[in-house]
Ligand binder design. Structure first.
Ligand code: PEP
Length: 250
């Protein structure tokens, strides 16, 4: 089975000014100097360049939190893959549940965004996950399969493993409720099966967990066979906490 490099991503959402981002990077880098994992910081668009410049030569890679699928055009307020690549950004979060719920991000748009990111050589970090209602109704696998099939419909099977999937149960995001390691492992193993059925080299695909990951629960989650890292919101705002999560990945 191919080795998968763990990926730990800090999703800052709409937190941190440019000055605060700079302080964070300066505090984080000495704490993760020995890591061999992929450490990804996802700041606001405005702080992308600061994080790129300040983390040069380190394990840190930089991701945007969203992008538009078109090259350019009359899309007020949007940013394209080309613009992100010019800013030396490496990756982009797509389909975060906050974008789906609060900003109307659709599976149809994601089916265009994921291939657009790949075409520009940006690593897509595609978020999928069920609501509490869906979980309680026994619909978790149906929701995950529907989102994956829809959002990845435009990706050639040979490139599917280049997409990092973040399993983020909506009920665990920002709520302090974490999926148990067993729940997360079960859902992520299912996601790997869906990718395999879609023709992906699924053992190579990175699938990470997100939802109230903290220093205290990270090791147990990431010890699970199929969990290849974490997408961290709240606990990623503090450099010591985020560094502890990076360390917990082994
Ligand atoms: C997220 O924003 O993707 C997330 C998982 O947030 P939190 O860690 O705060 O639950």
């Amino acid at each position: 089975m191919p080795e998968r490099t763990p990926l730990l991503a800090a999703n800052w959402k709409m937190h941190k000014t440019v000055a605060e981002a700079a302080q964070f990077v300066d505090a984080l880098l000495p704490r993760i100097a020995a890591t061999e994992h992929d450490v990804v910081i996802c700041p606001s668009f405005l702080a992308l360049r600061e994080v790129v410049e300040r983390s040069r030569g380190s394990a840190v890679r930089v991701a945007a939190q969203n992008m538009h699928e078109a090259e350019e055009g009359a899309f007020t307020g949007e940013v394209s893959a080309t613009m992100l690549v010019e800013a030396e950004v490496d990756a982009v979060i797509l389909g975060h549940s906050e974008r789906r719920q609060l900003f109307g991000e659709t599976d149809e748009a994601l089916a265009r965004k994921v291939p657009a990111a790949l075409a520009a050589d940006l690593e897509p970090i595609l978020c999928v996950g069920e609501t509490e209602e869906a979980r309680d109704g026994g619909q978790t696998e149906a929701v995950l399969e529907r989102q994956l099939r829809a959002d990845l419909a435009g990706v050639e099977p040979t490139r599917l493993a280049e997409v990092t999937i973040a399993y983020e149960p909506v009920w665990a995001i920002g709520t302090g409720r974490t999926a148990t390691p067993e729940q997360a492992q079960e859902a992520i193993a299912f996601i790997r099966d869906v990718l395999r059925e879609a023709g992906a080299e699924a053992d190579r695909a990175r699938i990470i967990y997100g939802g109230s990951v903290k220093p205290g629960n990270a090791a147990e989650l990431m010890a699970q066979e199929d969990i290849d890292g974490a997408l961290v919101g709240g606990a990623s705002l503090d450099p010591a906490d985020f560094a502890a999560i990076v360390e917990a990945a082994g």
